[in-house]
Design a binder for this molecule. Structure first.
Ligand code: T46
Length: 146
């Protein structure tokens, strides 16, 4: 496990760097599903107009994989695999945070005007969410034991 990653039997988290093409007109970054991110992209959503004292997330996913970017501004993401917790600050549009299945995430400390873009491996499905932390930990323990 590198300093930039979290990895367990159940899930993993790591930073992903994207290419950047710079010229006098500005910077261009691109992302290809299955290449720069380890899944085919089936959904894109973004958070904006987020109050600076807002807290988002507070859940895990049974199956969904995502990569989260700060396209503008910054925010903090705490991730938790049921045993270990670590925090990331996202503030660079070239750097995304890959979050696998079975990782709890909480987001806060949004800067004024922050824009968060998320690439997701599946369409939205409320049944894929685990919104109770104790249920999440129990699920990780069940999976580790099996
Ligand atoms: C995650 C973090 C980073 C939809 O209808 N379609 C969608 O694609 C999404 C993402 C949400 N919704 C609905 C479901 C809720 O009624 O939008 C409402 C707010 O969703 P939620 O409270 O889950 O938003 P966040 O910001 O707490 O979490 C979202 C994602 O749901 C989650 O997967 O990892 O962003």
């Amino acid at each position: 496990m590198t300093a930039d990653s979290l990895s367990s039997h159940n899930g993993s988290v790591r930073l992903i760097g994207l290419p950047v093409v710079s010229d006098p007109r500005g910077d261009l970054t691109f992302v290809e599903g299955g290449n720069h991110v380890p899944f085919q992209i089936r959904r894109v959503y973004y958070l904006y107009n987020v109050p600076v004292d807002s807290e988002r997330g507070g859940h895990a996913h049974h199956e969904l994989e995502q990569v989260i970017f700060a396209l503008s501004g910054s925010f903090r993401i705490a991730v938790d695999d049921g045993r270990k917790r670590r925090e990331y600050w996202l503030r660079d549009p070239r750097t995304g945070l890959y979050i696998s299945r079975m990782i709890w995430r909480e987001m806060d400390a949004f800067s004024q005007g922050a824009v968060c873009m998320v690439l997701a491996s599946q369409p939205y499905d409320e049944a894929d969410y685990i919104r109770d932390y104790n249920a999440f930990v129990q699920e990780t323990e069940r999976e580790t034991a099996s």
